[in-house]
Each structure stands twice: as C-alpha cells, then as structure tokens.
Design a protein around this ligand. Structure first.
Ligand code: SAM
Length: 322
C-alpha cells in the first residue's frame, strides 16, 4: 500500500486542512476549539466513570466497595488562569527562596522549577525532568524523613523559604506534612499545598478511583482555619485540582500537635467524601494570575533579610488578604 504523506497544509484559523499524496484532505481542529473538544471528551469520560461507580450503574461494578452518591460530580467553577506549576514557578521567581523543600517529587516536574538549594522527599520518585538546582533527594516517606534528628541539615541552618506539599493525598498525611514542614519554615516563608480543590467527590475519594486524584486533603484547610486563626490561608483556583497557600507561619506553634487526634476525628470519614459546595465551585478562591502579580511576594522576601518582625509580617499579610 502506498504511504500517505502530507503534501500541503492550509491554515484556516482554528482548523488546518492537510492535503495528502492520495489527494484526500484531512481536517484537524486546533486552538481553543481543540481544547474545548478535549474538555468535552474529558467530561464525557468522567460522567461515564461516575455512572459506572454509582449504585444505579453497571451491574458488574462491585457495589459494596464502590457504591457512592455523587453530590454534584460536574460542578462548574471559573476557568483557572494558571496551573499549580505556573504558580510555583512564579513564587520561585518572586520570592527567590534561599531554600526549597518538596514532599512528593514523582518525575521532578515541580522540583525542576527550583533554582535554589532544595530537598525532595518521595519513597518512589522516578526523575525524568531536568533538575537545575543543588538538591538532596530522599527516597523515603515524609514521616520517616521528618523523624530524623536534623532532617534539614542540608540547609545549614537556613530556614525553609518555600515548601510544596504534594505527597500522599490523604488528609492525615498532608496535615502531618504541614506540621512537620512548619517547624523548619521561616516565619516569612510560603507553604503551597496541592490538590486542595477536588472537582468532584470521585476525585476526593480516599480510596483512589480516578487517574487525577486529589484525595481528601481539602480537609486540611478547614483544620488550619479552625485551629490556627493566626495563619493566612488562601485557596487558589489553579488547574487541575487547586492549591492553598499558607502564610504567617509560626515554627514554634504546637497547637496542631496538641489537637491532631480531635481535628482528624472530626473530619475523617469513609468514602464517599462530601466535598463542600464552596470547594467544588471554587467560590472563595483567589485568581492565580492576580495573586502572583501581588507586590506582597517581594515584601516577604525583603522581610527575610532581618530577624522576621511579626508586626511587619502581619501588616504585609493584611494587605494581601485585603
Ligand atoms: C502527585 S505526585 C507529586 C508530583 C510532583 N510534586 C509534581 O508536581 O510534579 C505524588 C508523589 O507523592 C509520593 N508520595 C506518596 N506517599 C508519600 C509519602 N508518604 N511521603 C512522601 N511522598 C509520598 C508518590 O510517590 C508520588 O510520587
């Protein structure tokens, strides 16, 4: 059979006509129409998955294990203007952190954004991305890492300026990661927690059912709000599953340790997870593009130059909240 090769490509705005050696014309949709088509397809797949897992779905599904009633698995929310990695990249650029710590490295896509002395922790990382920083990688769980006598010795006494928590997607793990990370943070530092805005209850399941998985880490934001009103907590509408930025850190605080069991007992529940409407619809979130344009990040970097003055820090953060 003769090989079909493209002979001519005609740009027609959002479609491209490709003439081939056999005289046929193939049309390929590109640009925003293509993106929309992919989104429609993704939504269709999600609807299909939700139906299959629903108690009224396909009989072959193990209903005892997967039975759930989705609250509103396809809630609409404003189109995110930035991804989590774009926000992380912007924070690296604007904060110019002296140190960066990451829980959950995977292939190194987020670690690859760092240009500073870094620590990465992951029991099963497989780095495939280019890494352009001085880094210490630990092939272990975050709990084991932080149980070591001086886990961040690599930073030579410099506190952590920027941390990204993206390890095990269960609320108790993410809460412990935050507690452990905060002990080593600069008070003017920034903690980013990933997967805080799941898009439906399937994605928020503790027992993973979807390829894009947020788990129930969204509960950590409520725990922090309840027990740590001293923190500034900003949910950000990033793609795919939202982040929360935590500021105004207090490395000496033991409030979360003291209330760990009670805080989790009040929110842990077996699947299906009930994700609050406000989280699904992202109604109380910051727009990432506006947030990263804020002058606050430069001010936080300046504050680090001296012993961090709490009153000055609170003033900077009040501006951000406003
Ligand atoms: C979503 S991936 C991280 C993605 C990465 N941060 C990025 O943005 O490119 C989650 C990673 O967390 C790791 N992980 C799972 N349990 C963990 C634990 N207890 N401590 C640290 N990492 C963990 C997994 O091995 C996985 O590679």
């Amino acid at each position: 059979m003769a090989r079909v090769v493209p002979t001519e490509t005609v740009d027609m705005g959002e479609t491209v006509a490709i003439r081939t050696s056999t005289g046929r014309t193939l049309r390929k949709v590109i640009g925003s129409r293509r993106t929309e088509a992919v989104r429609r397809w993704e939504r269709k797949m999600r609807v299909g998955a939700a139906r299959k897992l629903s108690p009224h779905g396909t009989p072959s599904v193990d209903k005892a294990k997967h039975a759930y009633v989705p609250a509103d698995p396809f809630a609409e929310f404003p189109e995110p203007t930035r991804s989590r990695h774009q926000v992380l990249r912007a924070l690296h650029r604007q904060l110019k952190p002296r140190t960066y710590l990451e829980v959950g490295v995977f292939t190194g896509a987020s670690l690859g954004l760092s240009r500073t002395r870094s620590i990465g922790i992951d029991p099963a990382y497989t780095i495939t991305k280019e890494i352009q920083c001085e880094v210490q990688l630990h092939r272990t769980t975050s709990d084991e890492f932080f149980s070591r006598p001086d886990p961040v010795a690599f930073f030579d006494g410099v506190p952590i300026d920027l941390a990204f928590i993206d390890g095990m997607h269960l609320a108790e793990f993410a809460l412990r990661d935050f507690m452990n990370v905060e002990k080593h943070m600069s008070p003017a530092g920034v903690v980013l927690i990933d997967d805080m805005l799941p898009r439906n209850s399937l994605e928020a399941a503790r027992d993973r059912k979807t390829s894009a998985w947020a788990g129930d880490v969204f509960k950590v934001a409520d725990i922090l709000r309840s027990y740590r009103p001293d923190l500034t907590i900003i949910p950000v509408n990033t793609s795919p599953t939202g982040v929360v930025i935590v500021l105004g850190l207090d490395p000496t605080s033991r409030v979360l340790e003291d209330n760990y069991d009670a805080a989790l007992a009040a929110c842990l529940a077996p699947d299906p997870q009930i994700v609050p409407e406000e989280t699904l619809r992202r109604t109380h979130t910051a727009d990432p593009a506006s947030l990263i344009a804020s002058p606050v990040w430069g001010k936080l970097a300046d504050l680090r130059k001296k012993t961090v003055n709490r009153a000055a820090l609170d003033k900077v953060l009040a501006n951000l909240s406003a």
